[in-house]
Design a protein around this ligand. Structure first.
Ligand code: T4K
Length: 369
């Protein structure tokens, strides 16, 4: 496993730094249930994400699922199928109906030109995804949401640390749900957070992550157990100290990929979005077989033979999952289908050596015919 290069590798603080951060837990024996580390992490995140309103959760999925529950929604939620299972599952597990909007062929986020046509009397919310850390067209989504009085919940799992026009990405929509999973730009081992506008939503989320318990003798909601424990909060505190260095290292790696692959015909690289402070979360490449001469599957296999674990994020589309028993028509999202059949996300993590980036690119270029 050690000589393999996988799609990502968790960022970790120095062991001593983490040990130092968790040592007080041996005195307090307070390990979970919104303890001092949880509170400290929440406060640090508020500063970093430039918001007053953050609720910490056990993972990004529960952030999505409980946010929908806290909003008491009913009916249809417009979302995209080019995402991780979590986005669609959060909608379905709330008894809501996902309605799939196609994606923009450049950003892979929701195609806002197709959004309005999907709104019906049953639509209650929009759940767009800042996929790969590419920022959705937040202005147009806000305009449409206001016009039809819809809630906007961003799946911001990939966009920690980003800004749009100088404004923290945490400040868009009614809520933005982040993932701090081990595989993300920023991790707290497992973890997630919701940033929100309305304080009442925060109070509900606080209860919902703790079984719906509102007071010592009052259980007001049918909640879950989705609390972040103290060890995860401590990891988050440590990793947050280094986040800007991490993003800078990623930027250098992405630049190198671009230098090597930009001019190769048949490859489409992820764009540099204007007015976005990027976190360089993923490096997706679209392989147009007819021009490049080799298919995504061939490249995937060739890389694997060389010990390189690129991934097909996000294939298959969520609207084709077996668990939905053919409920959705994939032909309604043709751009998402096209991209999902051709995309590979290449290895990208802060400690990835530039020589390895060159090797990965050379293997890809050798496949061109
Ligand atoms: N919304 C979106 C758009 C998401 O992408 C996700 C999660 C969510 C919501 C939900 O957030 P969470 O509930 O997960 O917080 C991974 C992650 O598990 C998942 O968090 C992530 N998206 C998804 C895109 O990727 P897998 O099944 O591909 O992970 P896995 O185990 O194959 O790991 C990928 C690579 O990461 C490994 O090859 C090596 C590396 N790795 C993995 C682990 C577990 C590490 O370096 N350290 C580790 O501890 O889903």
């Amino acid at each position: 496993m050690n000589n393999k290069i996988l799609v990502t590798k968790s960022s970790m603080p120095e062991l001593e730094e983490y040990v130092d951060e968790i040592s007080s837990l041996w005195d307090s024996c307070w390990l979970t249930n919104m303890g001092p580390k949880h509170q400290k992490f929440q406060k640090k995140l508020c500063e970093y994400m430039e918001t007053q309103n953050i609720e910490l959760l056990v993972n990004g999925h529960m952030a999505l699922e409980l946010t929908l529950q806290a909003m008491n929604l009913q009916g249809e939620v417009i979302t995209t199928p080019f995402t991780f299972a979590s986005t669609t599952h959060a909608i379905v597990r709330n008894g809501l109906k996902p309605v799939f909007c196609d994606i923009d062929p450049v950003t892979y986020c929701m195609d806002v030109n197709k959004l309005e046509g999907l709104i019906t009397d049953s639509t209650c919310a929009i759940m767009p995804v800042h996929v790969y850390g590419n920022i959705c067209n937040v202005e147009e989504i806000e305009r449409i949401a206001q016009k039809y009085e819809l809630k906007v919940i961003y799946d911001a799992a990939h966009s920690f640390g980003e800004k749009y026009k100088g404004k923290s990405i945490a400040q868009f929509g009614d809520a933005s749900c982040f993932s701090f999973h081990a595989t993300k730009v920023f991790n707290s081992i497992e973890g997630g957070a919701v940033c929100f506008k309305d304080g009442v939503l925060g109070e509900k989320l606080y209860d919902l992550k703790n079984f719906g318990i509102h007071g010592p003798e009052e259980v007001a909601e049918v909640g879950a157990n989705a609390k972040m424990n103290e060890f995860c909060a401590a990891m988050g505190i440590c990793n947050l100290r280094h986040i800007e260095e991490e993003i800078e290292k990623r930027r250098i790696i992405v630049e190198r990929y671009r230098e090597k692959l930009d001019s190769i015909e048949g490859l489409i690289l992820n764009i540099n979005q204007k007015e976005v402070k990027s976190n360089y979360a993923y490096f997706p490449v679209i392989f147009e077989e007819k021009i490049f001469g080799a298919s995504r599957e061939e490249i995937f296999k060739k890389l694997a033979q060389n010990g390189i674990g690129a991934r097909k994020y996000f294939y298959p589309l969520t609207n084709t999952f077996e668990c939905f028993h053919g409920s959705y028509n994939v032909m309604e999202t043709p751009v998402a289908l096209h991209i999902s059949k051709r995309v590979l996300t290449l290895p990208l993590f802060a400690e990835l050596d530039l020589k390895e980036v060159d090797r990965i690119c050379d293997i890809i270029i050798e496949c061109k015919c």
